[in-house]
Design a protein around this ligand. Structure first.
Ligand code: FES
Length: 268
């Protein structure tokens, strides 16, 4: 069902609402949070866009940037690729896979709130009316496309498994011997953990685990899993930021090591 309201007939303009001339009665610095979120998103997106198109310095055995894993085409740096199909110049390996994690983030309930507020001002904050005269919700094109979120959730579980594999094999040295670790190993492990936490705290995950049940009492295991997902879900916003910033940091770390700008401190 399509929901359309005009500000003259609904919301702050609805019948029975007080007529207040001021744009908002909030006296605090409500604009600070959307401004900070918008700037942070902008900086991270600009960096990740650079990383996607850089197409170099994403692999230093055994570390691979999460932006380039899995590296599917044949033009990946030696040792990093799966070679599933010929290289498609000028498409970079990162460009082929970015659609899935980017799709998950772009349709994420939390990021929707963040970028609707920061970039669309719809609304910019609680109790601050939006400038748009009409409100359509997400019930028609283009925002109805946000409903594909759950599919991105399922697909990115495969990416998490691959990045976990990357973290595990980072316990090897250049000769392939196990039992070694450097700072990059720690970075890759934290990155994988944060990405699993991001998916596990997703609203779609919570629904996949505990949704469409009539009686939790008949599904104690699913109830327990749903309870854990619910606890994580309450922290989804923080986990979303931490995992996004850490993906960029992980790419930067591998990039600096692979380009020879810094060396990888070895623990053992
Ligand atoms: Fe944020 Fe699903 S709601 S990843």
């Amino acid at each position: 069902m399509t929901t359309t309201h005009t500000r003259d007939a609904a919301g702050v303009g609805a019948a029975g609402r007080a007529r207040i001339a001021a744009r908002t009665l909030r006296g605090d610095r409500w604009w600070l949070t959307p401004l900070a979120y918008g700037l942070t998103l902008l900086i991270v997106v600009i960096y990740l866009t650079y990383a996607v198109f850089a197409n170099k310095d994403y692999y230093w055995e055994p570390y691979i940037s999460p932006m380039y894993s899995p590296c599917l085409p044949g033009n990946c740096v030696a040792g990093s690729g799966w070679g599933w199909f010929p290289s498609i110049s000028p498409v970079t390996p990162a460009l082929i896979i970015i659609i899935f994690p980017a799709g998950l983030r772009a349709t994420c309930y939390y990021y929707r709130k963040a970028y609707y507020r920061s970039f669309f001002l719809s609304p910019p904050a609680c109790a601050v009316p939006e400038p748009a005269k009409h409100y359509h919700g997400e019930a028609r094109f283009p925002l109805i496309v946000q409903n594909v979120h759950r599919y991105f959730f399922y697909i990115t579980l495969i990416f998490n498994a691959i990045l976990t594999y990357d973290a595990v094999i980072s316990f090897r040295d250049h000769q392939g011997h196990w039992g070694h670790a450097g700072l990059g190993t720690l970075v890759l492990v934290i990155n994988a953990v944060l990405l699993w936490a991001y998916n596990a705290s997703c609203h779609s995950c919570r629904h996949a685990i505990g949704g469409r049940l009539r009686h939790f009492s008949k599904h104690p295991v699913r109830y327990w899993m749903w309870s854990q997902a619910t606890r994580l879900n309450a922290r989804h916003g923080q986990i979303a930021w931490a995992s996004l910033v850490f993906v960029a940091f992980t790419d930067l770390y591998v990039r600096l090591v692979a380009s020879g700008t810094m060396s990888d401190p070895r623990f053992f």
